[in-house]
Design a protein around this ligand. Structure first.
Ligand code: GLA
Length: 725
C-alpha cells in the first residue's frame, strides 16, 4: 500500500520504497503540506509552526487568532486572494472582476493504477505499479473545484502530480493553473537549473536560493534551449552521492514556469506548470481544465540516486512504442555532410559507405522536399523535390534499403515558409497578427497548430510520405520560437488559450502519427535540444541533444541533460573536424566516446575518411553494439563535473560490470596521472580491466579509484571496461 489514508483526520501519506510524502486537511479544511523526505512513520504535523507574523492575512474563521495564516503555513496548492502572499498556483478572474479563491478540503479518493488526462502526455504503468490519490478542494463562494492528483510509483520513488480545475457556478478566466505547488518549510536549499541557448543547451547552474523568487521558464511557445522544464532543489551539502535533493520535471513542451520562492521566514515554495505569462483560459461551469503532469522524486543519497529514479521512470513509464527499450539503430545523418547541397547519388554514396562500415539507418535530413535549396523556402510542401532526388523518394529508399539499411527522413511539420506552395494556398494557416508584419526566425513562420485543418493537412502529408516508401524513422524538427500569438479560430477573449492549445494540437498530431506508424522510430529535435522535455519523450523516445556536435562541448551538454533524462533519449553523433560549430579539432575516438553516451550515430560523409578512420568506425559501431545494453539499460554515473574538473568521466554499470568513458581535456607536462573513482560496484567483488591483467576490488576502485592512462594532446578519450570476476 503506497497510499495510506486516515479519513477521520484527513491525513494522507504517500509512501514509496525510500520516501514519504504527507499532507493533512485541518479543522478549517485547509490542506497543509507536512512532509516530503525520508520515511518518518509519524504524523509530521508536530513540526508545523504558527508564528505571529504581522502583515500576514488571517482567514476569517480563525477569528482573533493572528497566528493562523495561509501566508506562513505550508500548503498543497496555493491560490490568490486568501492572505497567502507567496507565489500562487491558481488564480482566476471571476465575472465581477475579482480574483479571490479560498480552497478547502471537499473529498478524496484512492485508486489502483495511474491517471492520464485527455490530450496530455502522462506517466503510465501497469495497474499494480501505481496508486492514485485524488484530493478535491473547493472554493465555497464560486464552487470552483481543484482536484489534486498524486500518482505514486512505489518501487521507483516517484510521485507524479497534476491538478484539474473544474468550473463552478459561473464562467471564470483562469490566469494561473500550475501543476505543482510544493512547500518546504524546513531546511536551507540550493537550486539547480539547466540554462543555455541554441547549440549550448542544459548548462548546469547551481545557486543558493536568495529571498524572493527565482525562476526557470520559457515564453517561447516551446520548452526551449534557454531553460529546461526540470529543476532540482538540494541541500547545500548535497553531492552526487550524499545529501538531500528533490527533482521536478514538467511533462510539457510549451511555455513553462518553475518559480522557487524563499519567503520572509526562510521557507521554500516551488510552483511549476504552464507559464502564466502566456495563459488565460475560459473555464465554464462544470468544464475541467487539465494541467500537465510534474514528475517528482526525492533522494536522501544525493543527485545520482535522483537521476537514476528519473532515468528509470522516463525510460520505462514515459517513452513509448516498440523502440522504447529496443536497441536503437546506429544512424548516419547527411546534414553536416551535405547541408542542402545533395542529390540522390550523393546520398546513396553516403549510405553505401555507411552500410559497409556497419551503420543501420540512413537519415535524409532537411532539403529533400518542395523548393528547399536553402532555409528560405519550401517548408510546408512535403512532396519530394525531384530536381534533387531524380526518380523520386521511393527509388532512393529502395536503393538504400537494398543495401540492407533502414531509411529515415526529416520533417519540420509545424513550420511554413512564405516561399512555399502551402503558403500561397493557405496564408491564413501561418501564425501572424493581422495588421502587423510577422516576426520571422530562420526566415520561417509557424503553422497554427490550434487549427484542426492544419493538423489534418499535416497528418495527411506526413502520412503520405511515410506510406510512399519503406521509411523506418522520422526526425521531427522545430526550428524557431513563436512570437505572433494570433489565430482566427479563437475569439479575442480566448486568445490567451492559444499557447497551450498549440501544444495540445502538437500532441494530438504526434499521437495520431505515432499510432498510425507504430513501427517508425520518431526522434524529436528543435534546433538540436530546444524541446528536450518529458512531454516530447512521450511521443519521441529519443531527441537530438544539441546542434553542437563538438565532442568537448558535448560533455557539458550531455552532463546537464543526464540529471533528468536517460541516456537512450540523447541523440548523439560523431561529426567531422574542424567541428562545424566551434572549429575545434578533437580526436576521432574522443568524438565516438562522447557520442556513445547516447543514441549513437554519425553525421559526416564517411567517404571522406581515411582507411584507418573507416576501420575505427567499424570498431566503434561494434563496441556500441556490444555495450549498448549496458549503456541504455545500466545505471549512469557522473564521475566528474566537466564544468569544473579537468576531465569528463561517466560510467555505466549493471551492478556487475562497469564501462567507464570520458575525455581528458588537456594534457599537462610532467604531471601525475588523473584519477577517477568508480561507483555502483560491489565492494566485496574483484574486477578485471578488459585487455589487461589489472584487477582490483570494487572497494579499491570506488574508494581509491583508477589512474587514467597518460595522455598526449588534448581532448583525449578513454574507455575502460571493468568486468566482475
Ligand atoms: C536543425 C536540426 C539539425 C538539422 C537542421 C536542418 O537545426 O537540429 O540537426 O536537421 O535543423 O535544417
Amino acid at each position: 500500500m503506497a497510499i495510506i489514508t486516515d479519513e477521520q483526520n484527513k491525513f494522507f501519506r504517500l509512501v514509496t520504497k525510500n520516501t514519504e510524502y504527507q499532507m493533512k486537511a485541518d479543522n478549517f479544511g485547509v490542506l497543509k503540506h507536512l512532509w516530503y523526505g525520508k520515511h518518518v512513520n509519524t504524523d509530521m504535523d508536530y513540526l508545523l509552526q504558527y508564528p505571529e507574523i504581522s502583515f500576514s492575512g488571517n482567514i476569517y474563521e480563525a477569528e482573533n487568532d493572528r497566528t493562523y495564516s495561509l501566508n506562513t503555513l505550508p500548503l498543497e496548492y496555493s491560490c490568490e486572494g486568501n492572505g497567502d502572499f507567496r507565489v500562487w498556483a491558481l488564480s482566476a478572474e471571476h465575472p465581477d472582476g475579482t480574483r479571490a479563491l479560498d480552497l478547502r478540503f471537499a473529498d478524496f479518493e484512492v485508486r489502483k493504477g495511474g491517471y492520464a488526462f485527455p490530450g496530455l502526455p502522462a506517466v503510465y504503468s501497469d495497474e499494480n505499479e501505481t496508486e492514485t490519490l485524488e484530493v478535491t478542494l473547493e472554493d465555497a463562494c464560486s464552487n470552483i473545484c481543484v482536484t489534486l492528483f498524486y500518482g505514486v510509483l512505489e518501487e521507483l520513488d516517484i510521485i507524479t502530480r497534476a491538478a484539474v480545475i473544474t468550473g463552478g457556478r459561473e464562467t471564470v478566466y483562469l490566469e494561473r493553473a500550475a501543476s505543482l505547488c510544493l512547500d518546504i518549510p524546513r531546511g536551507e536549499w540550493e537550486w539547480v537549473h539547466f540554462h543555455g541557448r541554441h547549440a549550448m543547451e542544459r548548462v548546469t547552474e547551481r545557486a543558493k536560493l536568495v529571498h524572493g523568487v527565482q525562476e526557470s521558464s520559457s515564453v517561447r511557445g516551446a520548452s526551449s534551449h534557454q531553460q529546461n522544464p526540470a529543476v532540482l532543489l538540494c541541500s547545500p551539502d548535497c553531492t552526487e552521492t550524499s545529501g538531500e535533493c528533490i527533482g521536478a520535471a514538467l511533462m510539457y513542451s510549451g511555455s513553462f514556469s518553475a518559480k522557487i520562492q524563499l519567503d520572509e521566514v526562510d521557507q521554500t515554495r516551488l510552483v511549476m506548470g504552464i507559464n502564466p505569462d502566456q495563459f488565460r483560459w475560459e473555464l465554464r461551469s462544470g468544464e475541467s481544465f487539465y494541467t500537465p503532469e510534474v514528475i517528482l522524486s526525492y533522494s536522501a543519497d544525493g543527485m545520482e540516486k535522483l537521476s537514476h529514479n528519473f532515468h528509470k521512470v522516463i525510460r520505462n513509464n514515459v517513452c513509448r512504442g516498440q523502440y522504447k527499450l529496443a536497441e536503437r539503430p546506429v544512424l548516419i545523418n547527411n546534414w553536416e555532410a551535405t547541408y542542402f547541397g545533395f542529390d540522390e547519388e550523393k546520398i546513396f554514396n553516403i549510405a553505401k559507405q555507411a552500410s559497409e562500415l556497419g551503420v543501420d539507418l540512413l537519415v535524409l535530413d532537411d532539403g529533400w522536399f518542395g523548393k528547399r535549396d536553402s532555409d528560405c523556402s519550401g517548408l510546408g510542401d512535403w512532396t519530394v523535390n525531384e530536381n534533387k532526388l531524380r526518380g523520386g523518394l521511393g527509388k532512393l529508399v529502395e536503393r538504400v534499403t537494398g543495401l540492407g539499411m533502414k531509411f529515415g527522413i526529416w520533417f519540420e511539420p509545424e513550420m511554413i515558409s512564405e516561399d512555399s506552395e502551402l503558403y500561397h494556398a493557405h496564408p491564413e494557416w501561418a501564425m501572424t497578427i493581422p495588421s502587423r508584419k510577422p516576426i520571422r526566425s530562420r526566415f520561417q513562420l509557424v503553422l497554427d497548430m490550434t487549427n484542426p485543418e492544419v493538423r489534418e493537412y499535416l497528418f495527411n502529408s506526413v502520412s503520405a510520405v511515410l506510406k510512399s516508401a519503406d521509411i523506418s524513422y522520422v526526425k521531427w524538427d522545430f526550428n524557431r520560437h513563436i512570437a505572433d500569438w494570433y489565430t482566427p479560430t479563437l475569439g479575442k477573449d480566448n486568445l490567451g488559450e492559444m499557447p497551450h492549445r498549440y501544444v495540445l494540437g502538437l500532441y494530438e498530431l504526434l499521437e495520431r502519427l505515432t499510432n498510425a506508424f507504430p513501427n517508425v522510430l520518431f526522434e524529436g529535435c528543435s534546433g538540436g535540444g530546444g524541446r528536450f522535455d518529458a512531454g516530447m519523450l512521450y511521443y519521441t523516445p529519443q531527441i537530438w541533444c544539441s546542434d553542437d556536435t563538438d565532442a568537448f562541448e558535448r560533455t557539458t551538454i550531455q552532463y546537464g541533460t543526464s540529471f533528468f533524462y536517460p541516456v537512450s533519449a540523447v541523440g548523439s553523433h560523431v561529426s567531422a573536424v574542424p567541428n562545424h560549430q566551434t572549429g575545434r579539432v578533437t580526436p576521432f575516438e574522443s568524438r565516438a566516446a562522447v557520442a556513445m553516451a547516447g543514441s549513437f550515430g554519425y553525421e559526416l560523409d564517411l567517404n571522406t575518411l581515411s582507411d584507418d578512420e573507416k576501420n575505427a568506425v567499424r570498431g566503434q559501431i561494434a563496441r556500441f553494439k556490444k555495450y549498448g545494453e549496458l549503456i541504455h539499460n545500466g545505471l549512469y554515473y557522473r564521475l566528474s563535473d566537466p564544468l569544473s574538473d579537468k576531465v569528463a568521466a561517466w560510467e555505466f554499470s549493471d551492478g556487475k560490470d562497469a564501462l567507464v568513458q570520458g575525455m581528458v581535456f588537456r594534457t599537462a607536462p610532467t604531471s601525475l596521472q588523473l584519477l577517477v573513482k568508480l561507483r555502483g560496484l560491489d565492494p566485496d567483488k574483484n574486477y578485471r580491466l578488459d585487455g589487461t591483467d589489472f584487477t582490483a576490488s570494487g572497494a579499491a576502485l570506488m574508494s581509491g579509484g583508477y589512474l587514467l592512462p597518460r595522455t598526449w594532446g588534448d581532448y583525449v578519450s578513454f574507455e575502460l571496461y571493468f568486468r566482475q570476476i
